[in-house]
Design a protein around this ligand. Structure first.
Ligand code: HEC
Length: 453
C-alpha cells in the first residue's frame, strides 16, 4: 500500500552526484587492480558523464576544437595547442579544471558555467588518477531516440528502480534495461520472471496496491504488466522523455507518471489503469521530477525534483495545494511519515530534511550524509527513518536528531534506490553495479540479488 517507498533517482541524479569519498585513497595506496577499479569507478563514471554532457561534443576525434580530443585518456594527455589537458594527480595544474573557473579565458564550456560540485567531481577524479571509461562517453546513447537506441554497453546494468509487491513476497528490480521479478524467501531468493521491452535503463517501477499490475518506466515509455502471468496489459509511448518516477493511486485505478524532455518541464500525468486513457496532465516542476510520494490518505500527491521544490497536488484535478522551497540542490527522494503529518526529503546537497506537511515548516535538518540522499524509507509511525546514500551506506535517522544515529553494512557500490517491506524487517537497495542488496532490521546484508542467472 505504501507507495512512498519506491524512490526513483535516475541517471541525471547520478550526473549531479557529489564525489564519493571512497575514491580518494585510490592513487595513494594503489591496492590490487580490481579493488582500485572498484573504488574509482563511481567517481570515474560521474566524471565521464560530465565530459559526455558538457565537453565531448566539441572535443572528439571528428571535431577537435583547440586540437583536443577528450574521448580517451591518451589523447587528453597528449592535449591540444596549449599542451596536456590534465596533469596527473594535480587538478590545480590541469587546463581541464582551470578553464572551468568562472573567470577563466578561454572558458569551458564556452557558453556555460559548470557548478562548483561538478568542478569538484572532476578535480577529485583527476586526483584519483583520471581513469577514462570510454563507453560512458557515448553521446549517441544519451541523445538517441528510443527507436535508435542500441543495446546497453555490456555489463552496465545499474539498478535505478525497484518496487515490492504489496504482499512483500516479490521484488521487481530494474537491472539495466530488464526487469527481474525476484521471489523473496528466508535467506535466499528465486527468479520468477524476466521482463524485456525497455531499450534503455529502466528508470522507475511501481506495483499497484491491489497487486494486479506492475508499471515499468524507461525512455519515453511505460509498460503495464499483468502480475498474474507477466503478460503485457498495455503500454504508454511517446512520453516527453525518460519516465523518472511512477506511482499508482491508493485504489489502483490511476497510474501516475512523471516525465520531461531534456531541459523541459517535468510533467505529471494521470492515466486510467484499465484503458490507459490520459485523464490529467500538468507541468509540475522545472526539469526532472525525481520523486513522487502519495500522501497516506490517498488524496494528494507530493512531487520533487531538479528545481529543488517539493510541491503538493490535489489528485482529483491536478491543482497545486502548496509548495516548499526545500533544498539548495535537486531533490532526489521523498517519503511521507505514515501518519501523513510529516514528509522527509533528501537532496543532492547531502541533506535530509523533515517538514511539517500542515505548516510547511522545517522540523529537522539532518546532516552527515557524504553524498546524495538517494532514497528514504519511513516504515512505521514511530520517529525512525532509513536512508540510502551514494556512498553505499544505509543510515538510521530519527525525526529530531541532527545526524544519523547508526550506519548499516555498506553495499559495494553507490545506491540509486531504496525500498522497505511493510513490517520494516527487510530493506532493499539498488546499486550501480547491478545488484540489489537486502538488509535485515539489524543492518546486516543478508542477501544480494543479481540481474544475471
Ligand atoms: C562548444 C564547443 C566546446 C565545448 C562544449 C567545450 N569546448 Fe573546450 N574548447 C573549445 C574551443 C573552441 C577551444 C579552443 C579555444 C581557444 O583556444 O581559445 C577549446 C579549448 C579547450 C582546451 C584547451 C585545448 C588546447 O590545448 O588548446 C581545453 C583543455 C578544453 N577546451 C577543455 C574543455 C572541457 C573540459 C570542456 C567541458 C567542460 C570543454 N572544453 C567544452 C570548444 C568547446
Amino acid at each position: 500500500m505504501n507507495l512512498t517507498r519506491t524512490q526513483t533517482p535516475s541517471r541525471l541524479a547520478k550526473r549531479l552526484a557529489k564525489p564519493a569519498v571512497v575514491a580518494l585513497g585510490f592513487c595513494l595506496a594503489w591496492p590490487t587492480a580490481t579493488a582500485a577499479e572498484a573504488a574509482a569507478s563511481p567517481l570515474a563514471k560521474r566524471a565521464m558523464h560530465l565530459l559526455r554532457d558538457h565537453c565531448v561534443s566539441c572535443h572528439n576525434p571528428d571535431k577537435t576544437k583547440g586540437d583536443l580530443d577528450l574521448t580517451q585518456r591518451q589523447t587528453a594527455l597528449a592535449g591540444g595547442g596549449e599542451g596536456p589537458a590534465f596533469a596527473e594527480g594535480n587538478p590545480g595544474g590541469s587546463l581541464l579544471i582551470q578553464f572551468l573557473k568562472p573567470d577563466s579565458d578561454p572558458h569551458m564550456p564556452p557558453k556555460k558555467q559548470l557548478s562548483d560540485d561538478h568542478i569538484a567531481t572532476l578535480s577529485q577524479w583527476i586526483t584519483a588518477g583520471a581513469v577514462w571509461l570510454p563507453e560512458e562517453l557515448d553521446v549517441k546513447k544519451q541523445a538517441a531516440t528510443a527507436e535508435e537506441l542500441g543495446d546497453l554497453p555490456g555489463g552496465y546494468r545499474p539498478v535505478f528502480a525497484l518496487a515490492l509487491s504489496p504482499d512483500d513476497q516479490r521484488l521487481a528490480a530494474g537491472h539495466g534495461n530488464e526487469v527481474i521479478i525476484h521471489g523473496l524467501g528466508e535467506k535466499k531468493s528465486s527468479r520468477l520472471a524476466k521482463l524485456a521491452g525497455h531499450r534503455d535503463v529502466v528508470q522507475s517501477i511501481a506495483w499497484s496496491p491491489d497487486g494486479k499490475h506492475l508499471a515499468t518506466g524507461g525512455y519515453r515509455k511505460v509498460i503495464l504488466w499483468n502480475t498474474a502471468d507477466w503478460t503485457r496489459a498495455g503500454a504508454l509511448n511517446g512520453l516527453p522523455g525518460r519516465v523518472s518516477a511512477l506511482a499508482f493511486s491508493v485504489d489502483s485505478q490511476s497510474l501516475i507518471t512523471a516525465s520531461n524532455a531534456p531541459g523541459g518541464a517535468g510533467e505529471v500525468a494521470l492515466w486510467n489503469t484499465s484503458d490507459l486513457v490520459k485523464r490529467l496532465v500538468w507541468p509540475a516542476h522545472e526539469g526532472t521530477v525525481f520523486a513522487i510520494a502519495l500522501a497516506p490518505d490517498g488524496q494528494s500527491l507530493a512531487t520533487a525534483g531538479e528545481d529543488q521544490l517539493i510541491r503538493f497536488w490535489n489528485l482529483t484535478d491536478g491543482s497545486q495545494l502548496k509548495q516548499i522551497e526545500a533544498h539548495s540542490a535537486p531533490i532526489l527522494s521523498l517519503a511521507f511519515k505514515p501518519d501523513g503529518k510529516s514528509i522527509a526529503s533528501g537532496g543532492a546537497d547531502k541533506e535530509l530534511k523533515i517538514w511539517d506537511t500542515g505548516t510547511r515548516e522545517q522540523k529537522t535538518l539532518i546532516t552527515g550524509h557524504p553524498g546524495n540522499v538517494a532514497g528514504i524509507a519511513w516504515p512505521a509511525k514511530d520517529a525512525t527513518l532509513i536512508t540510502a546514500c551514494d556512498d553505499g551506506v544505509v543510515r538510521v535517522c530519527t525525526e529530531t536528531g541532527k545526524r544519523p544515529t547508526k550506519s548499516w553494512s555498506t553495499a559495494a557500490d553507490l545506491l540509486h534506490c531504496f525500498s522497505v517491506n511493510s513490517d520494516g524487517s527487510a530493506y532493499f537497495g539498488g546499486g550501480d553495479n547491478g545488484r540489489v542488496y537486502v538488509w535485515d532490521k539489524k543492518g546486516a546484508i543478508t542477501l544480494t540479488l543479481d540481474g544475471q542467472k
